[in-house]
Design a protein around this ligand. Structure first.
Ligand code: ADP
Length: 539
């Protein structure tokens, strides 16, 4: 067979030449809806590539984006890598300190920024080396001291075609930094080859089932692991795409689902919960086209998956991955021969799922041997494959720690059942080590969150003079439930599910669980806050 490179240019050309009339819909900050078709998307992408060339962007140079999910961000997703340069999506929710670090570390040449984020840039402009800023949005004037180029002016007069270079599939297309819940952000570079192979696999029927007839709503941020690579997969298949735009509320998102007849979306559990609560509070929305979604980033509580299915006939599929893995590692779909009652079905749904095609895995116990497929033995998940990072950008020490002997260490502790379904029982740093045994904080959290009065819950291990660590449950009650539910009620509720030594020593009611920049529970904040709780008990 031919030695033919797998590049994003091929996906761009296919999508835009075969489906030129398919629609892209994007919401501006002020609520205005922009509509363009794939033909116009191609021409604008070519114009952008021409403009970037004029601005001095050449092969391998980095183009930073500080941006929401919009059609302009999609144009950057293609123009930059297809001209041979590298897009670098900066996570806008990181601290200014981290943003400064990653823009300088990546050596971005230009920054494309959405208008509402200018104050963020204004605050850090003297600490970053980038001097060229392109502002995106439909606003004409901005109140800022920054010297800005307007995106629409930048591309307006450019030719509507581009002589796309022949690329090598190993060329770098994009990069992103991990959100840094475990220390300083670490850079990951994605090759064209990785993104193309990932797009094909992500779209398979037993995975996201992305086809020409899919109407995709992009909720998962484009600054997070390539928006799970969905924008590439949907351009490849010519699917209609809907972008939520800056600062979208649940009302905005549901409005887009209703009006644009969205069939599929991707988001983290916190967003699904907000959408569910909104739908409950605002009955009568016609979301009947919305049949499936993928939930990742952290595990969705089974109660939420069930409620969406029963109340709105919308099936949430569970997927798992990391920034370093492009991100897809597993996808959860029951096998056709499985006969599952309701309970078993939702228990299965909480697992992270089956390894996706083209990857290999190893589940390594603390003694280095492999865990048995019995759903009980715990080990760290190691993976390898065509879209798994082999190194961190300019960080040999971290590379050495995480990439050993051709494997990438996920830092996730998992079990695997006899059918091959992986279940994350914890992160290596969150698993509660008590009396020489491990307790899964995640299992406890899921059961507590099934209590009808509980809005959110997290369980952390606190230092304990006798047992090393003991669990503490931090619980947020639903509005109106405060004072009506006791510590004992919560413990009694989960007692039938666990061995006695698993039960939290205390339950604390709090107003809100601190979240990381990407909406995950930030356990280190709670661990610091309650650090001495069990020490004191013993005094
Ligand atoms: P970090 O949070 O370290 O910056 P990422 O944002 O890439 O890294 O998140 C990756 C981590 O998120 C995984 O190692 C895993 O612990 C967690 N994660 C991702 N998807 C899921 C999921 N479906 N269920 C449980 N945990 C998940």
């Amino acid at each position: 067979m031919m030695n033919y490179p797998l590049t994003l240019t091929n996906l761009l050309k296919r999508g835009t030449t075969l489906f030129p009339q398919k629609e892209i819909v994007s919401r501006e900050l002020d609520g205005t809806i922009v509509r363009l078709n794939y033909g116009e998307f191609y021409r604008r992408t070519a114009q952008l590539a021409n403009a970037l060339r004029e601005l001095g962007i050449t092969k391998n140079k980095r183009v930073g984006t500080l941006a929401w999910n919009t059609h302009r961000h999609l144009e950057l997703y293609f123009a930059v890598p297809c001209m041979g340069a590298t897009y670098h999506t900066v996570n806008i929710r990181l601290s200014p300190k981290d943003i400064i670090f990653i823009i300088n570390h990546a050596e971005d040449e230009i920054l494309f920024i959405d208008g509402d984020l200018l104050p963020l840039l204004e605050a850090i402009k003297n600490q970053i080396q980038v001097k060229t800023f392109v502002v995106m949005g439909n606003q004409k004037k901005y109140n800022t001291t920054l010297s800005l180029i307007n995106y629409e002016d930048l591309i307006a007069k450019q030719p509507e075609n581009y002589d796309w270079p022949e690329l090598d599939e190993w060329d770098i297309a994009g990069m992103a930094y991990t959100s840094g819940t475990t220390g300083e952000p670490k850079g990951v570079q994605y090759t064209h080859r990785a993104l193309v192979l990932h797009s094909i696999v992500a779209g398979l029927p037993d995975i996201m089932n992305i086809s020409e007839s899919t109407v995709m709503l992009h909720i998962v941020p484009m600054f997070h692991a390539n928006a799970w690579s969905i924008p590439f997969a949907t351009v490849m298949t010519g699917s209609k795409q809907v972008f939520t735009g800056p600062r979208a509320t649940p009302e905005d998102m549901i409005g887009l689902i209703e009006r644009e007849k969205v069939t599929f979306t991707a988001a983290v559990p916190v967003i699904f919960r907000m959408l569910y609560e909104y739908l409950k509070a605002n009955p009568g929305k016609d979301i009947s086209t919305w049949k499936n979604s993928v939930c990742g980033g952290s595990a969705p509580p089974p109660s939420l998956v069930k409620a969406f299915k029963e109340d709105f006939d919308m099936e949430i599929y569970h997927a798992y991955g990391l920034t370093e893995t492009t991100p897809l590692i597993t996808w959860n779909v029951p096998k056709s021969y499985m006969k599952l009652d309701d309970q078993a079905f939702y228990d299965l749904k909480t697992k992270q799922g089956l390894l996706v095609p083209l990857l290999e895995m190893r589940i390594e116990k603390s003694d280095g041997s492999e865990a048995k497929w019995n759903g009980e033995e715990m080990g760290e998940l190691l993976v390898k494959g065509p879209w798994i990072a082999k190194e961190y950008y300019k960080d040999p020490d971290e590379t050495f720690r995480k990439m050993t002997k051709g494997w990438f260490r996920t830092g996730d502790i998992v079990t695997i059942d006899k059918e091959g379904y992986i279940k994350i029982v914890d992160r290596i740093k969150d698993v509660i080590k008590t009396g020489g045994e491990w307790i899964s904080s995640v299992d406890l959290e899921n059961e507590i969150m099934a209590h009808p009065a509980v809005l959110e819950a997290t369980v952390i291990g606190l230092p304990h003079p006798k047992w090393d660590e003991r669990p503490l449950a931090c619980v947020v009650l639903r509005p109106g439930m405060k004072g009506k539910v006791s510590e004992k009620d919560i413990v009694d509720f989960i007692t039938p599910k666990f061995a006695k030594w698993w039960l939290p020593d205390k339950v604390i009611f709090i107003d809100e669980i601190p979240k990381t920049s990407v909406g995950k529970f930030d356990k280190k904040v709670l661990r610091a806050q309650f650090e001495n709780l069990y020490q004191k008990d013993q005094e």
